[in-house]
Design a protein around this ligand. Structure first.
Ligand code: ASN
Ligand code: ZN
Length: 332
């Protein structure tokens, strides 16, 4: 089958000023180039499956959750060089970051897209909150949505850890399907943070041992120091099961973000001892082969240890895992 729209190598500038290559396509109907990447999902997986980045500037968050807002289009440009509007909207970062995350799961874990079967990856950028800035991002069950940010925070796609986090929610949904409430929800959040930061540190060459490696959202900060403004810190060793905050389901789905660093902190500690490659494989295997929807921290520990055994972790590595879970109060 001959494709109507030729693939092109495009370019753009991220919000941190870095120039990057982008996989784009010419949309012959619109007479424009668009942020549509057809290079990553193989043709025999089916025509039309892509990574697309959509221009949802000024669309309110209520119009995008669980529905497709009318009239939005893939982010366009008159030339293959996407300009300042694409940068400012976070479109360049979302399209670039989406490809990094896609490649990470494919190259490191053999997983083709979020569902493992080449599903289309759609990212909406520039979303606002009823005329106000929107400083959040989320996976709504089918797509990634990025807020436009404010004076303190860049558009949310500017954090590769945030992009990795949201896309990992898609992977979790298609694997363990951890229920997004209470302890299974905190485990879901922990795994999203773990892979988000694993992908970001890998892409930027930051060692896990760096004390700032576990900051979530640190690249979004415009004025304050990353440590002050980051959303979470996976190196926050104080967050243990002793500090588990049981809050009502009406608050943060029962504390899914309050308690996530208990488990993510243990995983991030262990990653330093095990090394990135083995640690990531263990966490992925725990997610894809062992965890089930209502699991909590104790089951999470067992899943990780089982996966580590499968992957021939040696006695010292298993000990490091035990130590990390114990230190965070995750003890059966
Ligand atoms: N950024 C948050 C997350 O992905 C949005 C939310 O509360 N669901 O976890
Ligand atoms: Zn999340």
């Amino acid at each position: 089958r001959v494709r109507a729209e030729p693939r092109e190598r495009g370019s753009g500038v991220k919000l941190d000023g870095e120039s990057v290559a982008l996989d784009v396509e010419r949309d012959t109907w619109r007479g424009q180039y668009v942020l549509r990447d057809t290079t990553r999902i193989p043709d025999d997986e089916g025509w039309g499956r892509t990574l697309s980045t959509w221009d949802a500037r000024d669309t309110s968050v209520g119009e995008v959750i669980g529905q497709w807002p009318p009239g939005i289009q893939e982010f366009g440009s008159p030339t293959t060089a996407f300009g300042k509007d694409a940068t400012d909207a976070g479109a360049v970062d979302a399209h670039w970051g989406g490809a990094r995350v896609f490649d990470y799961f494919k190259d490191k874990h053999g997983r083709v897209s979020l569902d493992g079967h080449g599903m289309t990856v759609n990212s909406l950028v520039g979303v606002v909150n009823g005329g106000h800035p929107y400083v959040n991002a989320f996976w709504d069950g089918e797509k990634m949505v990025y807020g436009n940010g404010d004076e303190e925070y860049r558009p949310l796609s500017a954090g590769l850890d945030v992009v990795g986090h949201e896309m990992t929610h898609g992977v979790v949904e298609h694997t363990a399907a951890l229920v997004y409430a209470g302890q299974s929800g905190a485990l879901n959040e922990a795994i999203a943070d773990y892979f988000g930061n694993a992908i970001e540190t890998g892409a930027y060459g930051v060692p896990t041992a760096d004390p700032d490696s576990g900051l979530v959202g640190d690249r979004l900060c415009r004025t304050r120091s990353p440590r002050d403004c980051a959303f979470r810190d996976l190196n926050d060793g104080r967050n243990t099961a002793k500090h588990f905050l049981g809050v009502g389901f009406g608050t943060d789905n029962g504390g899914v973000h309050l308690n996530s660093t208990i488990f993510a902190g243990a995983l991030w500690d262990a990653r330093e001892d095990l090394g990135d490659t083995l640690a990531d494989k263990i966490v992925y295997r725990a997610l894809a082969q062992y965890l089930t929807p209502l699991d909590g921290f104790i089951e999470g520990r067992a899943a990780v240890l089982a996966a580590a055994g499968d992957l021939n972790a040696d006695a010292g590595q298993l000990k490091a895992l035990h130590r990390a879970f114990n230190a965070h109060g995750i003890v059966p």
